[in-house]
Design a protein around this ligand. Structure first.
Ligand code: UFG
Length: 329
């Protein structure tokens, strides 16, 4: 079985590639390396460097390789940037995906695994959030992911192109080996920012708001280990390859931790002291996002194994300590 992983040099994609090769799948990674890192890609995978919007390049990939399933992680994913540069987001996330789907249909490839996000739900009206909860994205990033989800429904109807869509809550942690992990530039995510502060690479960590309607006033999120995200993708893909129907799943751990709780846990686990400041709210942040992942557990027999906060932080801390400059050292 040959799997094409688009965006396989990125944070989540590279962990999925590791999990695929560990299970014996043949993997081709397609990445334009705009945010991904060649060093993140397993040596057991073939890497093809190019852009999903380059149709000639796509055609060549699908002609050279006999692909059984496509996993699609290529996307711009910075919420703030998406509000200032919406066209950039529509171009890559929606038009790019359209080019990929068009090529798949042209080459008769009928299995698609799609990386979506909790950002499609916007400000939640219920907790935990289920796959059926209202979808009202409050930013362009979430809107572009929802646009693709809607496209996929029509692809199935017209071309029998089957898809598994995964809506991640807060992806975090690193491969247990400490060899690959999170390396964004700029980094905006809470856990890597705190760890970089603990390493002395930043002066302080800011808590964006302590006046939310939560027990300690800071925002609550559902952190899910990147290796658990990877295992769900493989289960979903295997279900598709066995003739399963298209479906959509939330991926979270079903437990919420506040910003203050995450900071306290990192202080305890790293034994490092660092400066914590309270800053004003970051625009667009919902107070609390917690997933119900019952559907994935029930239908895919998926169980998160590494998503307790201690394991998330310990694995991410190992990666950051081993690679203080990320992949560029
Ligand atoms: N936060 C801080 N200080 C920081 C950075 C973050 O207090 O320096 C807070 C944020 O305000 C938020 C929480 O930490 O309350 C988590 O923030 P992240 O930026 O790590 O993650 P988000 O919940 O904002 O975003 C994540 C994904 C997005 C996705 C979204 C879906 O990174 O891609 O979940 O809700 F869209």
């Amino acid at each position: 079985m040959k799997i094409l992983v688009c965006g396989g040099a990125g944070y989540i994609g590279s962990h999925v590639v590791r999990a695929l090769v560990e299970k014996g799948y043949e993997v081709v990674v397609l990445d334009n390396l705009s945010t991904g890192h060649e060093g993140a890609v397993s040596k057991k995978a073939v890497i093809e460097i190019g852009d999903i919007r380059d149709k000639a390049f796509l055609k060549q990939i699908f002609t050279v390789h006999q692909i059984d399933c496509v996993m699609h992680f290529c996307a711009h994913s910075l919420v703030g940037e998406s509000m200032n540069e919406p066209l950039k987001y529509y171009h890559n996330n929606v038009y790019g995906t359209l080019c990929l789907l068009e090529t798949m249909v042209g080459h008769g490839v009928k299995n698609f695994v799609f990386s979506s996000t909790a950002a499609i739900y916007g400000e939640p009206e219920e907790s935990p959030i289920t796959e059926e909860s209202n979808k009202n994205p409050t930013n362009t990033y979430g809107e572009t992911k929802l646009a693709v989800e809607k496209m996929l429904k029509w692809m199935d109807g017209a071309y029998e192109l089957k898809s598994m869509t995964f809506r991640y809550f807060n992806a975090a942690g690193a491969h247990l080996s400490g060899e690959i992990g999170e390396d964004h530039n700029p980094e905006t995510h809470l856990i890597p920012l705190i760890l970089k502060t603990a390493l002395g690479q930043r002066d302080q960590i800011s808590i964006f708001g302590e006046d939310y309607p939560t027990p300690d006033g800071s925002c609550i999120r559902d952190y899910i280990h990147v290796m658990d995200i990877a295992s769900a993708h493989i289960l979903g893909m295997e279900k598709l390859l066995a003739g399963g129907k298209s479906s959509v799943y939330n991926l979270g751990d079903g437990k919420g931790f506040s910003v203050k709780e995450v900071i306290a846990k990192i202080k305890a686990l790293s034994s490092k002291a660092f400066v914590v400041k309270v800053a004003k709210r970051r625009p667009g942040d919902p107070a609390k996002l917690i997933a119900s992942s019952q559907k994935a557990q029930r239908e895919l027999d998926w169980t998160p194994k590494h998503s307790d906060l201690d394991t998330i932080i310990k694995t991410a801390w190992k990666w950051h300590q081993n690679h203080p400059q990320g992949y560029n050292k």
